[in-house]
Design a protein around this ligand. Structure first.
Ligand code: DC
Length: 211
């Protein structure tokens, strides 16, 4: 079974997808991690993030892998080393959208995601609309920039106003990548807790009795 959860930055996709996957005892995949890892690599190698050809050459030569873990999660490895913990920094937040806008880079990421085996919950921007168009269930989470900023505040050392401004700026940059599938179920999460969002999705799935 494949379940896609898409939505803008800090809409809660990642936490919701992780909890849902745990509840269903299937794997969890974050597609954003591959974009983050590619950005990490490009910044380290001092590659201009606007240069699609150089980025693609870097990716094709790299030993960047999305690998399943025994706990149903996935880690990102570079030449066998787990680099997942370096990928959620302000610097990567600020640069990842530049890299993620290139169609060939997106194809490279999509190809890797498509090799994922078994049943899984995958979160991103265009998982339901582009990468897993045959997914059994597709969800799209939304929330206002204010609500999303408040949720993300604990993870970053900046104040609320700055976080709201950063998210609005990232929404603008991610705008082209963010695609809701026509057949996705929309969930406005502003007034819902994390558990309530997971329960809402779980009920829709349980109703369909696909597992
Ligand atoms: O979900 P996230 O914040 O970890 O994603 C990091 C960035 O990667 C985000 O700014 C946009 C990009 N991204 C994308 O373009 N397509 C995806 N499927 C997932 C992420």
């Amino acid at each position: 079974m494949i379940i896609t959860i898409d939505g803008p930055a800090a809409s809660g996709k990642s936490s919701v997808a992780q909890l849902l996957a745990k509840k269903l005892k299937i794997a969890f995949v974050s597609s954003g991690l591959l974009y983050r890892a590619a950005t990490y690599l490009a910044l380290k190698a001092d590659i201009n993030l606007e240069n699609e050809i150089l980025l693609l050459a870097m990716l094709n030569e790299s030993e960047l892998r999305l690998e399943p873990e025994p706990n149903n999660s996935h880690k990102i490895t570079l030449s066998g080393q787990d680099i997942s913990k370096y990928l959620h920094t302000d610097k990567i937040d600020a640069n990842v959208s530049i890299l993620a806008k290139h169609p060939k880079v997106r194809d490279w990421v999509d190809e890797r995601l498509k090799t994922t085996k078994g049943s899984f919950v995958i979160e991103g921007r265009d998982m339901g609309a582009k990468v897993f168009t045959n997914a059994n269930y597709k969800f799209y989470l939304s929330a206002s920039p204010e609500v999303r900023a408040a949720r993300r505040l604990d993870e970053r050392l900046i104040d609320l106003e700055e976080m709201i401004a950063q998210l609005i700026a990232r929404d603008k940059k991610d705008y082209k990548q963010l695609k809701a599938a026509n057949d996705a179920i929309f969930i406005a999460t502003d007034e819902l807790s994390l558990i309530e969002v997971v329960e809402t999705i779980f009920k829709k799935i349980a109703h369909g009795k696909d597992f």
